[in-house]
Design a protein around this ligand. Structure first.
Ligand code: AMP
Ligand code: MG
Length: 335
């Protein structure tokens, strides 16, 4: 299959592909998504094939107005309305009981559906010109999510109908996922909308234990995506937990030719070419913005091992921590 490379002026062409049951990779404010018509089960099935995604891992449905969401769910409780008013459009996904419009392929047989209203103008324009879009991240299953059209091309060329180039994604990590289909709202995946922001608007929000721990045998995979290996570059990732001084001295004494270091701007001068910076030490949004692109860069440059700081669990750092822990297969060295 030839993959067309489109721009924001090709929305009509992309909408045609979607209406005909095809796959289009689209920019969003979080990461690039691989989109199909969410109401067409056959089209949605192609997403799983193109990504090599397990069929029991459900997809997020992207909408371009709240009225659309109301038709796709069977209950839209007050707390969901409050979150929608405050954080939509934006990087927040809500899991709610689904309506009969949602094909089984989207919800992977669950009775709930995940819904998000993205803020990116290209994503919104395409949804408005076609239909609600089922869209997971546009990477091969397991590898780091794509934050540029080039990343998508590297993984998906020849496997999908088109890619719309919309430049770099702003947030850089996938959306926050919260379920409102249970008695107490529960955070299933941290992202650009923080746990603190959610609690400020709706009160108690639990954190699913798998956010910062491997899913244990017998633990309920509230979100099937929790079960799978995720975000891994080819290089081995190792997290180092300690002070900056301990970090720098450990890395110096374990510096190998093919070892990269995910560091901060303030530390860059300690390393030669192998320092890949996530931005200023306290510029947390930048850490999220650059995480996946830095992991991909390390692979592209042939590094075999990546040392990284162990992030804190606060604000958007929780999202960075959740992703990099999985990239590191939960390996942390306490310094
Ligand atoms: P991705 O689209 O690759 O960013 O992954 C979507 C995430 O949302 C996965 O971790 C899914 O498990 C989760 N998700 C999607 N639908 C549901 C649902 N109905 N219930 C719980 N989690 C869901
Ligand atoms: Mg994904």
């Amino acid at each position: 299959m030839k993959t067309l490379l489109l721009t924001e002026s090709d929305i009509d062409k992309a909408a045609e592909i979607i209406k005909n049951g095809g796959l289009v990779a689209i920019p969003t404010e979080t990461v690039y998504g691989l989109a199909a018509d969410a109401l067409n089960g056959e089209a949605v099935a192609k997403i799983f094939k193109a990504k090599g995604r397990p069929m029991d891992n459900p997809l997020i449905v992207h909408i371009s107005d709240v009225a659309q969401a109301e038709r796709l769910v069977s209950d839209f409780p007050q707390k969901a309305r409050t979150l929608a008013e405050n954080f939509w459009p934006g990087p927040l996904t809500m899991v709610l009981p689904k309506s009969e419009l949602i094909p089984d392929e989207v919800s992977a047989g669950l009775s709930t559906v995940a819904i998000r209203f993205p803020s990116h103008p290209i994503a919104r324009a395409l949804i408005s010109a076609s239909s609600p879009l089922a869209a997971p991240s546009a990477n091969l299953s397991g590898s780091p999510s794509p934050t540029t059209a080039n990343h998508v091309y590297d993984d998906m060329n020849g496997r999908i109908d088109a890619i719309i180039n919309g430049g770099e994604c702003d947030v850089g990590v996938e959306s926050t996922v919260i379920t409102l289909a249970e008695e107490t709202p529960t955070l299933l995946r941290p992202g650009g909308i923080t746990l603190e922001q959610l609690r400020e608007k709706i009160g108690e929000v639990k954190t699913h234990p798998a956010v910062l721990k491997p899913l244990e045998d017998g633990m309920n995979a509230a979100s099937p995506g929790m079960k799978y290996k995720h975000y891994s570059p080819k290089a081995e990732v190792i997290l180092l937990k300690g002070t900056q001084k301990e970090f720098l001295s450990y890395v110096r004494s374990h510096d190998g030719e093919r070892t990269a270091v995910l560091c901060y701007d303030e530390e860059k001068s300690f390393f030669a070419e192998n320092g890949i910076t996530l931005g200023g030490m306290t510029d947390y949004a930048s850490h999220a913005h650059r995480l996946f692109t830095s992991l991909r860069e390390a692979d592209r440059r042939g590094f075999k091992r990546i040392y990284a700081h162990c992030p804190s669990a606060e604000g958007i750092e929780l999202a960075v921590y959740n992703r990099i822990l999985r990239a590191a297969a939960f390996r942390i060295i306490e310094l």
